[in-house]
Design a protein around this ligand. Structure first.
Ligand code: GDD
Length: 304
């Protein structure tokens, strides 16, 4: 499901779908319009629905709390309400987030850890989580929540810190930039590979019973550790290029996220297959290649 503007300008708006677009049937609809979502369900009659769409950039949710809450909460509600009416047997996945844990109540975080969101984005995801569980309990919908920790890949948007770092390094190597401006380098995240996490989403919908699952690697690294490893692979000294800029700090930060994926391992048989160093390496290599820069990428800098 994509917005109509994307269908009208596919080369610019659907760039990241290029490799699969031939095998997809795209439907125009907007999460902001209940009738449009309803019509897509009627036309497609899906067996499975993966609801990932959202305003997903935490920083932006501080600039515009209203649109983040409107789009994310109403959008999820519209999808669930339409599904219940049109295809009540359709299995439903909701993209919950580790941002729901926010100011974490325990380490590591599990399915039973209390939520304490620290942004409008986190609040909207808690609401979506509760809506999903309520549709499961009240209407018997096969609706599952994934509580996904940060998941990255070379397809990541440029505004998120991992891609900002790896694309910034590529630009420095290509002579297009002289520095890398970042915010809080101390924040720690549990970073996995998106490819692995999509498999966990799919596995949830193959279960007999719907449920809620933490999807994480169980290991955490700081932003600075990510920078150091990525720069090391590209042969750059991070101290020479990284500049901290207050503009990129958040009014309320989520300082430490680390998930315990034991339930996903036990019930879904899921395990992450990509290690942190391989993820960083893949992203640095892809961004350098896209600018035609060759780097002697090494994994010699170990950050554990
Ligand atoms: N974006 C960004 N830009 N983040 C920075 C920067 C910067 O220049 N400098 C430091 N950071 C820090 C942020 O303050 C945050 O602590 C961390 O890097 C990660 O930021 P993001 O990459 O923007 O991701 P996120 O953790 O806020 O949210 C992502 O993961 C969630 C799952 O936990 C998003 O994908 C969310 O949609 C997702 O739910």
């Amino acid at each position: 499901m994509v917005r109509r503007v994307a269908l009208e300008d596919p080369s610019r708006r659907l760039g990241r779908l290029q490799s699969v677009v031939g095998s997809l049937r795209l439907h125009a609809a907007s999460l902001e319009s209940f009738p449009s979502v309803y019509q897509v369900f009627r036309a497609v009659q899906p067996d499975e629905c993966y609801h990932l769409a959202a305003q997903s950039f935490v920083s932006y949710s501080f600039d515009d709390e209203f649109s983040t809450l409107n789009t994310n909460i109403n959008g999820t509600h519209f999808v669930l309400a339409a599904l219940k009416d049109v295809v009540p047997k359709c299995r439903f996945y909701f993209a919950g987030s580790s941002e729901m844990f926010g100011k974490v109540a325990e380490i590591p975080q599990t399915e039973t850890t209390r939520f304490h969101p620290r942004s409008a984005y986190g609040i909207s995801k808690v609401a979506g989580f509760d809506l999903t569980r309520n549709y499961r309990e009240a209407y018997g919908i096969h609706a599952s929540n994934g509580i996904l920790f940060n998941h990255e890949s070379p397809r990541r948007g440029f505004e998120f810190v991992t891609r900002k770092i790896t694309s910034g390094i590529a630009r420095i190597l290509a002579g297009q930039s002289k520095e890398l401006r970042l915010g809080n380098l101390e924040a720690k995240r549990d970073w996995g590979h998106a490819r692995d996490y999509v498999e966990a989403m799919w596995a949830m919908l193959q279960q007999d019973e719907p449920d809620d699952y933490v999807v994480a690697t169980g290991r955490s690294h700081s932003v600075w550790e990510f920078v150091r490893m990525a720069c090391g692979m590209a042969g750059l000294d991070p101290d020479k290029y990284v500049v901290t800029d207050p503009e990129f700090y958040r009014p309320a930060e989520v300082q430490l996220l680390i998930g315990n994926p034991a339930k996903a391992q036990a019930k879904l048989g899921w395990r992450p297959s990509t290690q942190f160093a391989d993820l960083v390496c893949e992203m640095v290599t892809a961004d350098c290649a896209s600018l035609g820069v060759e780097v002697p990428v090494t994994k010699s800098i170990e950050v554990e």
